[in-house]
Design a protein. Structure first.
Length: 467
């Protein structure tokens, strides 16, 4: 396979973490290496004092809001339809909606801020949100939430509110999310007389050991049991399941060289190199099929995604499929890619009310129901809406409620909030997994090499932001 240049590799990391996940509006783009003319970070960030804005009655609000989002053209058409619904309630608010390709999203947003013309509101992942908040470029929402009875933080899953609380202030509302689950080809299991992952889960036997056994049983020259993709969601999920933590509880120190982390990575290595029942899709290469293509073609018995694959997989007619939780190690754990709606601090006072109404509508019960019902591609962040993702009659997954289980049962985990978890940290973590899972380095050697490198990046980033 063709090797990529470093510039291409950085773009690949951003796309790999983004294109498959962020197209679902349930993840975050990675920050670009060096956005053009990015504003300098303050030496000692101070709390932003927001301009108070009263909560007006529906239909009485005027003004304009400029909004930016990542994703596909198909998704953006859905957002425009939502904008039309919003206009029925707020006919005097002008909305300027624009979609930016996922791979260029962070760079474009940062350049708009640097140029002095940022959007009023925008989708952000936690890295971009943290960076903009520390620079004083995002408007805290505390006063808006305090004066508004139509929406409150308790409406959302607490785990998704936490990343948006930065230095004691709320900078975003969770848009939606995508807890990762195990998709499986049910026909492969039943034809071999094996229990499906869901049946194993219901029996209390869906463990790492059982996963390893069935992955081996279902593997052949043409079919493999599972594929580990190259981004933080799949790789960190294994670590969390083993009660490991890639970063300490302050998110200031990388701990990939800890015993629990190394044990989890060693198990992944066994699946790939010893059992040969699991494929690892290395970063920085071209020509390899992704898990989605392998699963759809019947070449993969199991795969790990969020709900973002449902629109594509609902067209599968060659076999029956469904979902189950990821297997349990020492504990249950699953990555939960998510995104937040944020507001720019530069928003003109006369447009704050209009922008807030749009943010509330998009993130609230009405907006999430419109965007995510039926065969949609993400999971509500607004509590109590689990049943809106029930698929159409006869369309899998029948176990759809498991998409919300990581949030409802408390084992969902989001991307580690390591100051600015930028592209360089992702480059280091994926580089480490490449060496280990390609068989080019031992677990001990690779973690000992990369953990200090990541800590150097964290130290430099904290210094940049005066933390």
């Amino acid at each position: 396979m063709e090797k990529l240049t470093r510039r291409q590799f950085l773009a690949f990391v951003s796309a790999a973490t983004g294109a498959s996940v962020l197209a679902a509006c349930g993840g975050q783009p990675t920050a670009p290496a060096a956005p053009t003319a990015a504003p300098e970070a303050p030496a000692a960030p101070t709390a932003v004092v927001a301009t108070p804005a009263p909560a007006p009655a529906a239909g009485s609000v005027t003004g304009k809001t400029v909004w930016r989002v990542w994703g596909t053209e198909a998704e953006f058409e859905r957002f425009k339809m939502l904008g039309d619904e919003f206009k029925k309630q707020f006919p005097d608010i002008e909305i300027d909606l624009a979609q930016i390709p996922t791979a260029q999203y962070d760079e474009k947003i940062l350049s708009e801020f640097a140029g002095g013309s940022p959007p009023n509101s925008m989708h952000t992942g936690n890295a971009l949100m943290y960076q903009l908040a520390l620079r004083g470029q995002l408007r805290p929402m505390d006063d808006l939430l305090a004066s508004d009875t139509a929406i409150k933080l308790d409406d959302f899953y607490p785990a998704l509110n936490a990343p948006a609380n930065i230095k004691g202030q709320v900078y975003g509302l969770p848009v939606d999310c995508n807890p990762m689950v195990c998709y499986y080809n049910a026909d492969m299991f039943t034809s071999r007389g094996l229990k499906t992952p869901m049946e194993e889960y219901e029996a209390g036997t869906w463990t790492w050991e059982r996963f390893q056994a069935v992955a081996s049983d279902l593997s052949s020259d043409d079919v493999k049991g599972f594929q580990i993709d190259t981004w933080w969601g799949p790789t960190f999920s294994w670590i969390w399941q083993n009660a490991g933590e890639p970063f300490d509880d302050t998110n200031q120190t990388c701990t990939l060289d800890s015993a629990a982390c190394k044990e989890a990575i060693a198990f992944m290595r066994t699946l790939v190199l010893d059992d040969k029942s699991v494929i690892y899709n290395p970063s920085g290469t071209t020509g390899a099929l992704g898990s989605d293509a392998l699963f759809q073609s019947g070449k993969l018995a199991m795969a790990s995604f969020g709900r973002w694959m449902v629109p594509s997989f609902k067209t599968i007619t060659a076999f029956k499929w469904d979902i189950a939780p990821l297997p349990k190690g020492k504990q249950m754990a699953a990555a939960v890619p998510a995104a937040w709606q944020t507001m720019a601090s530069a928003t003109a006072p006369e447009n704050i009310a209009a922008t807030w109404e749009w943010v509330k509508f998009f993130c609230g019960k009405e907006g999430q129901t419109f965007r995510l019902s039926g065969d949609g591609n993400a999971v509500p962040s607004f509590r109590g809406l689990e049943d809106i993702i029930k698929p159409s009659e006869g369309i899998p997954p029948q176990n759809y409620k498991l998409f919300s289980a990581p949030l409802n049962e408390g084992y969902g985990r989001w991307q580690p909030f390591v100051t600015q978890l930028d592209t360089e940290i992702l480059v280091q973590t994926t580089g480490m997994f490449d060496l280990i899972l390609n068989g080019d380095s031992s677990v001990d050697d690779a973690t000992a090499e990369f953990t200090p490198k990541i800590n150097e990046i964290i130290t430099a980033t904290r210094k940049e932001f005066g933390l």
